[in-house]
Design a protein around this ligand. Sequence first.
Ligand code: LMR
Length: 355
Amino acid sequence: MHCFKSSLGAQTALLIVAGLALSPACGTEGPGFPIVIKFSHVVAPDTPKGKGAEYFRKLVQERTQGRVKVEVYPNSQLYKDKEELEALQLGSVQMLAPSVSKFGPMGVKAFEVFDLPYLFDGYAAAHKITHGPIGASMLKQLRAHGMTGLAFWDNGFKEFTANKPLHRPEDFKGLKFRVKSSKVLEAQMRALGAIPQVMAFSEVYQALQTGVVDGAETSPTNIYTQKWHEVQKFMSMSHHGYDAYAIVVNSRFWDSLPADLRATLEQSLNDATRYVESMSARDEVDAISAIRDSGKCQVVELTAEDRLSLRRALQPVHQQMAERVGRDLLESIYSATRSDQKQSDATPPLPVAVR
Ligand code: LMR
């Protein structure tokens, strides 16, 4: 088994201990096979990310004939949001797929550009960035932080949940909303008159249940698989933001792999990316139906006027946050997707389920 020692010293000693405890053979077998890739993530197995990770695991097992073993740890089983990024840098896990909103606290602010409300009109526009040179140059920025960005995966488009129906900006006023660790998302909630509260994903269900926060936002697949719909009475079909994941590996681990294996892993990841993209939109629709059918959470469909009022209230966040995410990056995304978000009054897209 390959082992990678921390270069970050005692900073997060606990994480190293945790990582080593999960690798009992580490250091005793010497370099050899199988090479183990611990792939940690925070969502349920039955989500686009969970299924993509499992698909990748299977492809790697087959294509490397067992020389590389991917171990998938879902549902924050090993680490929560912030801890998993530290664990990756330390080499306690080798692979993650965090939401891009979670890189900001590490100093990689550009990734928060995807959090800008209504940045993309749909998957096709988002993929122009995530599959193109802009996405590639964003991923390169991660090298300075000890990680190598390999791909973007779709989570889906986000909807808001709360215990009241949210149609227009005034409905958000004074409510506390859980957000990911992104300054853009904090600004988004403030623009609606709400109070943002940063919180790890694994803590949201309980925070909603106990009223620590009043509402939240994520993809329908996450809402359903985390059972937020059992503790939130309404899900408003705002479809207000694209949620992407960046697939990242520990750079020292990645660079040390034999070139042929690295190529096989890259190809397997490309195939897993296509697989995730082939199902995320469909899974989104299925999750919306399942939430509706549960009878526990009402799916609130917004009128064109409602959506326009939300869009108008949220549009200023683009300019407010342009310096933080990088004005040039934002302009390049506008021109690559040919949308003029600064002036646009076009109504935002709706998921297929409510069209
Ligand atoms: C969240 O924290 O809301 C999501 O990023 C969780 C995930 O990984 O989908």
